[in-house]
Design a protein around this ligand. Sequence first.
Ligand SMILES: Nc1ncnc2c1ncn2[C@@H]1O[C@H](COP(=O)(O)OP(=O)(O)O)[C@@H](O)[C@H]1O
Ligand SMILES: [Mg+2]
Length: 331
Amino acid sequence: MRKIGILFGMEDTFPWALIDRINRMAVQDVRAEVARFDAVKMAEPSGYRVILDRISQDVDFYRAALKNAVLGGTIVINNPFWWSADDKFFNYALMSKLGIAIPKTVILPHFQHPPGTTAKSFRNLNYPLNWDAVFAYVGFPAYLKPYSGGGWKSVYKVNSPEEFFRAYHETESLCMTLQEGIEFEEYFRCYVVHRKQVHVMRYDPRKPHEDRYVRNPAPIDPQRYERMHQDCLTICRALGYDLNTVEFAVRDGVPYAIDFLNPAPDADLYSVGEANFEWIVQAVADMLVERALSDERPARDYRWQAFLNSEHPGTTEAIEQATNRQAPTNS
Ligand SMILES: Nc1ncnc2c1ncn2[C@@H]1O[C@H](COP(=O)(O)OP(=O)(O)O)[C@@H](O)[C@H]1O
Ligand SMILES: [Mg+2]
């Protein structure tokens, strides 16, 4: 039996619909269920062929257990190693190099010293920063937002240096980006599944939370649709996410990618609406079944994989092969 485990937190609709959908597909040898963990022994296999992770961003124990599961051969969606390493500023920088329209963005030093650090920890920083250069580059309005985070937490729109400094004070020791504000005529959120399926949704961030996904949306200009579709694939292929949402703000006809670090994207029936819910349940169910049936070896992208595959793990030859360099000697 190739088991698919769904790992989730407070969500009430999507996980159950997914389990139900997969099991109704009645694929031979495949079954979906709620993933279960106890205290986890190191290097112990998880028992799942695939785990869909909806919650490890909030629970370190799950993130650690999932990395251990990969070592045991489980396909974890999304990749827990890359998710741990990724941040929004790197994403913006990478995508600006890949030809995606990205609002001008800078990363700023923390307003307050992070816990356990003092002024002495920051002797490498210029002080004061060259704020004139920052404001000239980013312009106003601008968005001050965490370099890693979600759910609109600590996101500020600022219209002047004064407003910026007021907001910056409130961010305390968070690490923040400052980004050119896109005064948009249209806004979209796109599900991207398995780096190949894209579902573009009209979204109105100015509305209250429950009304943001536009019901009965107007058709999308075909050229705009095509560009967003292609950008979604470029972004998710480059970052290696199998489930993500990409947000675009359209200004003067150009879709600017605003947020594309959503590896556990909102998929609640009452938030996204019935039509979008149906799309995401089916697309993710298809992906999980396809992956469960595959003979994929999830650990193959890591350097330590070569150590595991070697006939003689830990030998000088294995280390050299894995690292492309000479192993250290004890002499
Ligand atoms: N550069 C920007 N231009 C215009 N609107 C923005 C910009 N950055 C953020 N926003 C608005 O703020 C919201 C939250 O910011 P976002 O980057 O998506 O953070 P989160 O990860 O918390 O969702 C976006 O959905 C959008 O409405
Ligand atoms: Mg967002």
